[in-house]
Unconditional design. Structure first.
Length: 232
């Protein structure tokens, strides 16, 4: 099989299916979110031709650069990168979902902008399960207060679940511990009114472990699009 995007997608879907089988889960219980950050509109159009319609991005300006030339495809853009509050207006205009909600002031800024725009937005609360200073996320112990704040003050934000990034480590046990902690947080704090049904965890290098620990959505970039080249 040639190394085309179609063949890479098929390989990823097979690995997702195999991981689900090992975990005793239905293959359809795990969604694939292609992460198109740093890749151009042409690459996204190629992925869309394979049936993919939601794309994860790290920066609002990159979404804006791609949204216009791809407007004919009806794509949904998912913010997975760290957000400053001054980007709330851009999110309210261009984004279908935020998976990196990690503090109350950001939630309040999004609420104001969405209210003004007459919109609502699906969100996942990003939790910091890794000790690395470079990783963002809410302290796990602060989750109950955050959920209460969202329910009481942010009706435009529809809380769907939790997101995390595992530690960057060659030790599978350390990676697994991050994913397990997110699942346990969900089990501890989910309610009938707020079931936190979705767990977005797992990327190109660790998504099979994440699926074994309960991920409902894996965020795949380089394994699908190929190696990234970052600007200097």
């Amino acid at each position: 099989m040639t190394d085309s995007m179609a063949s890479r997608l098929a390989a990823i879907e097979h690995r997702i299916s195999q991981a689900c089988q090992r975990a005793g889960r239905a293959p359809g219980s795990v969604a694939l979110l292609p992460v198109s950050k740093t890749f151009d509109a042409r690459a996204v159009r190629e992925a869309a031709a394979l049936g993919l319609r939601r794309f994860g991005e790290n920066k609002t300006q990159e979404i804006r650069q791609k949204a216009d030339p791809l407007a004919d495809l009806g794509l949904s853009w998912v913010m997975i990168g760290h957000l400053q509050t001054n980007k709330a207006k851009d999110v309210a205009r261009d984004v279908a979902e935020v998976q990196s909600l990690d503090r109350a002031d950001l939630a309040d800024a999004l609420q104001r902008r969405l209210h003004d725009a007459g919109r609502s937005l699906d969100v996942l609360v990003q939790i910091k399960t890794s000790p690395e200073p470079s990783k963002f996320g809410l302290d796990p112990e602060a989750l109950p207060q955050m959920l209460a704040h969202l329910q009481q003050h942010c009706p435009a934000l529809r809380v769907q679940g939790l997101m995390t990034m595992a530690v960057n480590s060659d030790d599978p046990a350390a990676v697994r511990a991050c994913f397990r902690r997110l699942r346990e947080l969900r089990e501890r704090h989910a309610t009938a009114a707020l079931p936190l049904a979705r767990l977005s965890m797992g990327m190109s290098g660790d998504f099979e472990i994440a699926i074994e620990e309960g991920s409902t959505e894996v965020r795949i970039g380089s394994a699908l699009f190929g190696a990234r080249s970052y600007p200097a």
